[in-house]
Write a protein that binds this ligand. Structure first.
Ligand SMILES: [Mg+2]
Length: 190
């Protein structure tokens, strides 16, 4: 099976900070998580439609010594414990712990596509049938470099987008784009 050739499972890759939760800077503990509106119902709708949900996140707070792998893994387990009762759990979390100023360049910090490529290989994801949702151009660039269709959320379309990018105000709107306008289930916010 070769994910790059379109076999395998379709996935929605999700940036974390600024997409699932507020990006307040180096979110490393559950107490710092503020979920964004509409996130549980967007994730639940995508799950019900058969999309694999994979978080791909730059976490340079590890390189900077603000928190460690264990804390990030614990945070992700906590996030899924919150989401699971709502049918909105995430299937996998991939993150880049590096920062170029500290350890030099790496292949996984977005805009590089390394996290998406690793997930595709490990989870048999068909990249050309998959989406990447993020709130920064580096997310869109990583999605494109991996062969996915990017959606940029939280910002208005820019005249300079080249090639033109799909934009949505938030994750719920991005999910509706992927689901061709289908209504989202009545799942409460966190
Ligand atoms: Mg972000």
């Amino acid at each position: 099976m070769n994910a790059a050739r379109g076999h395998g499972r379709p996935a929605v890759f999700l940036d974390r900070d600024g997409v699932l939760n507020e990006d307040s800077g180096y979110v490393g503990r559950p107490e710092a998580v503020r979920w964004l509106p509409g996130v549980p119902r967007a994730l639940a709708a995508l799950r019900r439609a058969g999309w694999l949900l994979v978080v791909v996140s730059n976490q340079s707070g590890i390189a900077r010594g603000y928190f460690d792998h264990k804390a990030v893994d614990a945070l992700h387990a906590w996030m899924n414990a919150q989401l699971r009762p709502l049918g909105a759990q995430l299937d996998a979390f991939y993150y880049c712990p590096h920062h170029p100023d500290i350890g030099g360049p790496c292949a996984c910090r977005k805009p590089a596509p390394g996290l998406l490529l690793r997930a595709a290989a490990e989870l048999s994801i068909a990249l050309d049938q998959s989406w990447m949702i993020g709130d920064k151009m580096s997310d869109a660039a990583a999605g494109r470099a991996a062969g996915c269709r990017p959606i940029l959320i939280g910002t208005a379309p820019a005249a300079g987008d080249s090639p033109p990018l799909l934009h949505a105000p938030d994750l719920a709107a991005a999910a509706r784009l992927i689901l061709n306008g289908a209504p989202l289930p009545p799942v409460p916010d966190l």
